[in-house]
Design a protein around this ligand. Structure first.
Ligand SMILES: NC(=O)c1ccc[n+]([C@@H]2O[C@H](COP(=O)([O-])OP(=O)(O)OC[C@H]3O[C@@H](n4cnc5c(N)ncnc54)[C@H](O)[C@@H]3O)[C@@H](O)[C@H]2O)c1
Ligand SMILES: [Zn+2]
Length: 363
């Protein structure tokens, strides 16, 4: 199939995710289809890199249907996902006269998506917004689920809100311009969905022919893995929108991933690379605890490596690991909570994992 549509069922906050090659240049039709009329102002938030590639055609399409759109470009990079940039967006929103009936559109990766979501959640106490993710990571993860945030000097994503988008439009064609390293990093999240809940996706990714197709960015295979990933995320989010329970399994590989991101300095590893190592550590602990077999653990490791992702644990200062894990928002009541695999396609949340069990993986 060359296009897919997934519904994220969240009562009156439900929305559709449409995946289709070429949809980016047909957004005005999509907006009209979901009832967004052309008398509503649109603030498109993006960055220079993405806008150089895509904004011209995008605006032409919007203007062709008489939408009044203004662009707001933010600086790329995690260090600019902060309150200052958010404030710059508010300035543009004010100048443009963005009212309650207006709309924001995020055109970009997870950084643009997260900050646009928070801007939309807070401008005039909340307006609607649309996600148009352009990295694999943002397609399969951050654009769906309604978590929005900016960073604080004390930590990542500390300031945020839950604010679901009105719709998500995904054009796999945009992956053709994405740097290979960023693409691979997104694959880490796709592999994650395979391990936590979707054995058939895991097996699809293991198949050599499929690997080739994905590496060559064949739309049909891309649409399949994006669709499978979002279905899993949508299912989990609709059960537990605000992460009181089951949603935590989406953080598989992330506790150790955050340790690595944090202690190696943000920038050394991309997020997907850090969680690849995190998944490998979780896999080793699960093996040691007898939760899954050596064969399953090796399959996970091989799959991660076959998509050009790291599994080697970097040298990091052991003393800081616990501090970071305890400060992690995933740690509750002072106990170490980890998501560990019980088999390919199944994970569980484990409380009270002893320090010694995981500290030994770090030198
Ligand atoms: N809200 C959530 O649930 C959630 C989930 C996971 C990650 N995140 C957040 O997502 C962010 C990471 O997102 P990301 O990995 O998409 O990184 P990103 O947004 O920084 O994008 C990566 C790089 O690729 C460029 N780029 C984007 N699309 C492109 C394209 N089609 N062609 C060429 N270049 C392109 C960007 O300009 C940027 O330089 C982090 O801040 C993380 O906290 C949020
Ligand atoms: Zn992640």
């Amino acid at each position: 199939m060359n296009k897919r549509k997934i519904l994220v069922p969240l009562g009156n906050k439900s929305y559709a995710v449409k995946i289709e090659a070429g949809i980016l240049n047909n957004i005005s039709t999509e907006l009209l289809k979901i009832g967004i009329k052309s008398n509503r102002k649109i603030l498109v938030i993006s960055n220079e890199e993405i806008s150089n590639l895509y904004i011209e055609e995008f605006l032409k399409d919007l203007k062709g249907s008489n939408f009044e759109a203004q662009i707001c470009l933010i600086k790329a990079g995690e260090s600019h996902k902060n309150l200052e940039t958010l404030s710059e967006i508010y300035n543009v929103a004010f100048e443009f006269g963005l009212d309650r009936n207006s709309l924001m559109i995020a055109l970009g990766g997870g950084i643009v998506g997260d900050i646009t979501g928070l801007a939309a959640a807070t401008w005039l106490r909340g307006i609607e917004y649309i996600q148009i993710p352009t990295t694999l990571l943002s397609m399969v993860d951050s654009s769906v689920g309604g978590k929005t945030a900016v960073n604080h000097p004390k930590g990542k994503n500390l300031i945020g809100a839950f604010h679901q988008p009105k719709a998500v439009f995904i054009d796999p064609e945009t992956l053709k311009t994405l740097p290979k390293r960023e693409f691979n990093a997104g694959m880490a999240e796709v592999i994650k969905y395979g391990v936590i809940k979707d054995k058939s996706l895991f097996e699809f990714l293991e198949n050599e022919k499929n690997k080739n197709k994905l590496t060559n960015l064949e739309n049909k295979s891309l649409i399949k893995i994006i669709n499978n990933s979002i279905k899993t995320k949508s299912h989990i989010v609709s059960e537990d929108e605000k992460e009181h329970g089951i949603r935590a399994i989406l953080n598989y590989g992330h506790s150790f991933g955050h340790v690595i991101e944090n202690l190696c300095g943000y920038g050394e590893f991309l997020h997907g690379e850090a969680i690849s190592i995190g998944m490998k550590i979780a896999g080793d602990i699960a093996l040691e605890k007898g939760l899954w077999s050596k064969e399953e653990s090796t399959r996970q490791e091989n799959l991660i490596e076959s998509y050009g992702l790291p599994t080697q644990i970097p040298k990091i200062n052991k003393e800081n690991i616990l501090t970071i894990l305890m400060g992690d928002k995933k740690v509750r009541n002072g106990k170490m909570r980890f998501i560990l695999p019980k088999g390919i396609g199944e994970v569980d949340i484990y409380e009270d994992i002893e320090d010694a069990l995981f500290l030994k993986y770090f030198s």
